[in-house]
Design a protein around this ligand. Structure first.
Ligand code: GLC
Length: 556
């Protein structure tokens, strides 16, 4: 009998340490009212699907009032729901329904910046230079040596400078789009306001927060020049940039953690912190800070055995000193979908993709994505799935410029395609308008024909489909308690003897008395030793032969 506590019931302590968490990007998940933008009632209507997939929690990307300049990551009111997505009552229903199915609910918190439509920013603009209202943000005068130059050389993540000038001549800082002014976290009013925001949602029953840009809240004193371009900074330790990973961020999270811990149940924080080296990211998951941080080191891994082995080891080692579990992440709404990314010739992140893009072989992409999920879901710690990953959806590379909405595309003059390609609405039913995403057939981004064969109704109940593979993996992960285990990278020769080669990743996962091996083959086919029992495989294994880009779980 599977232990009930493993299947997502809500009274389990430390649930987050081994949880499988599913990211819902609400505008692309399910649309109930037919306007082409997914919404909270749509999400609620699909909770049964998520529960039957076996995940323990959902993380829902922003649904707050917003001009949608960055798909909702530009928040104009932290304590309400945008009518595009529904109402607070719809949110309450979602939480109640999720909890009744044993699913926890994590919401997005966007503290680094607001929308330029937020009343705090409107007030700051109106109050003028030198006013206390401007203290909520980073307003500065021009570079003293040149009145037409911004106060420093910081680049925006989305392209162009990180400063925009106001009609009165001052500039304001925005590490992202010009419609996302950065808050000044040195200002006590900002800190107090966010404690109220946290309380508001905790009181409504949320189980936690995904903290957007957790490494960005504090800037180096005096806002000094970075002295490097964005590309150069990417090659240095993250804190070399005077706006990333500054030590002052941590006291903010300690204060939040105290608040979360004062609530019943285990409410959690997961940091979105694109930080290296690994020991710096571990600082975000010290016992009195976040519970988890996304493991982008793993996400960024090239499809090579050497790098996979190194990064799995490094991820675990980095967290050990602070006692935090590792997370495993392959996908989210900001990166190229793995079914495409893992087959690209060069290792590229979604935000770096620029035209022309030669679409990689979809068959290779599918195989690798399935093998990668099989590897990921064997690893101890918590794992994240991004909606559509369980269907093997590819990145949509050929969206017309006119439909693209990610500000990155416009701010770089099209040199970077941006992230729309991983945000295309989900296909639920092959023979339905918008593949069942919306009742009217409207969809805020057009869905490609290739989504038809990948729709949920084409995969559900079909043995070997990526959906059924994922469901089985999640169930077996729970059954073998892999999430709670410990891992060792082993020499492939110990399993395969002389048949082993260098393009294999073999991980031994021990949990209680159970020992499971996951073997991923990135090279020529190998034959398993006699007696090895295949628990599950990403591709059919015939004659004990594990083909290229196939992964298996084994009992030896
Ligand atoms: C995070 C979000 C991304 C957003 C950015 C600015 O990286 O994941 O989608 O654009 O923050 O809020």
């Amino acid at each position: 009998m599977p232990d009930e506590n493993l299947t997502g019931t809500l009274d389990r302590r430390d649930w987050w340490r081994s949880a499988v968490i599913y990211q819902v990007y609400p505008r692309s998940f399910a649309d109930s009212d037919g306007d082409g933008i997914g919404d909270l009632p749509g999400t609620t209507s699909r909770l049964g699907y998520l529960a039957s997939l076996g995940v323990n929690a959902v993380w829902i990307s922003p649904f707050f009032p917003s001009p949608q300049a960055d798909a909702g990551y530009d928040v104009a009111d932290y304590c309400d729901v945008d009518p595009l997505f529904g109402s607070l009552a719809d949110f309450d229903t979602l939480v109640t329904e999720a909890h009744s199915r044993g699913l926890r609910v994590i919401i997005d918190l966007v503290p680094n910046h607001t929308s330029d439509a937020h009343p705090w920013f409107r007030r700051a603009l109106a109050a003028g230079p030198g006013s206390p209202e401007r203290g909520w943000y980073h307003f500065r005068d021009s570079d003293p040596s040149d009145p037409d130059r911004p106060p420093n050389d910081w680049p925006s993540e989305f392209g162009g400078p990180a400063w925009t000038r106001t009609p009165d001549g001052q500039w304001y800082l925005h590490l992202f789009d010009s419609r996302q002014p950065d808050l000044n976290w040195e200002y006590s009013g900002v800190r107090a306001a966010f404690l109220d925001v946290l309380r508001f949602w905790l009181d409504r029953g949320v189980d936690g927060f995904r903290v957007d840009v957790a490494h960005g809240l504090i800037k180096a004193p005096g806002l000094p020049d970075a002295g490097h371009s964005r590309a150069e900074l990417a090659t240095l330790p993250t804190s070399a940039a005077p706006f990333w990973d500054q030590d002052g961020v941590h006291e903010i999270y300690r204060e939040w953690r105290r608040l979360l811990d004062s609530y019943p149940g285990e409410r959690v924080m997961v940091a979105e912190a694109w930080v290296n080296p690994a020991d710096r990211i571990a600082r975000y998951v010290r016992a009195d800070e976040h519970h988890q941080a996304f493991n982008f080191t793993f996400l960024d891994t090239a499809w090579t055995a050497t790098e996979l082995r190194e990064r799995i080891t490094a991820s675990v080692a980095a967290n050990e000193p602070v006692g935090a579990p590792t997370t495993w992440v392959l996908s989210n709404h900001d990166v190229i979908r793995p079914a495409t990314r893992l087959a690209l010739a060069a290792k590229e992140r979604a935000t770096q993709l620029g035209p022309p893009v030669t679409p990689p072989d979809p068959t290779v992409g599918q195989r690798r994505a399935r093998a990668a999920i099989l590897l990921m879901l064997a690893l101890p710690g918590s794992a994240y799935l991004y909606q559509g990953e369980e269907l093997g959806l590819p990145e949509v590379l050929d969206l017309e410029p006119g439909v693209r909405q990610d500000p990155t595309f416009a701010r770089t003059g099209g040199a970077r395609l941006g992230r729309d390609g991983c945000r295309v609405p989900l296909p639920w039913r092959r023979e339905a308008p918008a593949f069942g995403f919306s009742p009217t057939g409207a969809a805020w981004l057009p869905q490609p024909g290739e989504f038809a064969a990948l729709a949920v109704d084409q995969q559900v109940g079909v043995p070997g489909s990526t959906l059924e593979l994922t469901r089985s993996l999640i169930a077996m992960r729970a059954e073998h308690r892999l999430g709670e285990g410990s891992l060792t990278i082993v020499d492939p020769r110990t399993v395969l003897g002389d048949a082993a080669h260098g393009d294999l990743v073999v991980v031994e996962v021990r949990s209680g008395s159970s020992v499971t091996h996951v073997l991923l083959n990135l090279g020529p086919a190998v034959v398993l030793p006699e007696g090895a029992r295949v628990l599950i495989a990403s591709e059919p294994v015939s004659g004990a032969q594990v083909s290229t880009d196939c992964a298996v779980w084994l009992e030896l």
